[in-house]
Design a protein around this ligand. Sequence first.
Ligand code: ZN
Length: 239
Amino acid sequence: MHFHTYFEINEFTGQDVHALQAAHPLHDAVRVAGRLHQPTVPLAQVQRPAGHVMPIDVLWWGPGLVQTSTLTTANGMFEVDLATPPQRATMVKISASTPHIHMTATHELGHVMDHLLKVHLIGPAHVTTEQGLYASEALHSALHPWWTAVQSTAVYQILHATQRNRVRFGEVSRGLTLDSPAECFACSFAQLVATDTQNPTFLAELQILQKARSPRYWSDAEFVPVGDAMRALFTRLGW
Ligand SMILES: [Zn+2]
C-alpha cells in the first residue's frame, strides 16, 4: 500500500471543511511524495497503537490562517492532539499562501514520517508533550548515520550559527529552531522526494529554495550523503 493512501485531503476556508477540488496541486504533491514509499510495514499498524484516528487529515488552510504558537505565520504545520487519547487526531495544515506547495506539503509529510518513526522505534507511550513527537528529537540510534551526515554539511553549520545568534538576540523562541533534528529531518525528506522522483514541479521548487537568502535545503552535491543515509534508514525498516 502506498503511503499517500493514508492521507485525506480537504480544504478549510475558515468556516467549514470540504473536499479540495481534484485538480488542486496539493493532491499531486501528496501523491508524488507518497509514491516514493511502498511500506512493507503497513503504516496503519504503526499508527493505530498510538491511538491515532485514520486517515491523517491534510488541510488546505485559508490564507493567513496557519499560525505557530508565537503567532508568526507559517507555510505549513503538523499537529498531533496529545490531550485527548485514545483518539488522537493527527493533522497537516498547508497554508494557501505558501509559494512552494509541493515542497511545503512534503516537508510536513516528513514531520509525519518522523512522528511515525518515533511510534515504531520507541513506542507510543513515549509520544508525550514532555518527550516530544519525533524520533529525530530523541536521536534514536537508527537515525545516527543520517544525523551525522546532516551535521557535516555547510548548510547545517550555517543554520546552526545563525540560529544561535537569533536566539541570543531574542529574535526567535528556542522552540522554533531551524537547525533542530526535526526540522532537518523534514527538509531531508522533502529533498529526498524531489531528488528520487525527479518530478519537475518538485525540482523547480527545490531550486528556488536552494537559492534562498537563508537556505534550509542542500545543494545537489551536498545532499548526496544525507539522502543516502535517509534512504538507507527507510529501506532497512521496510518503509
Ligand atoms: Zn518543519
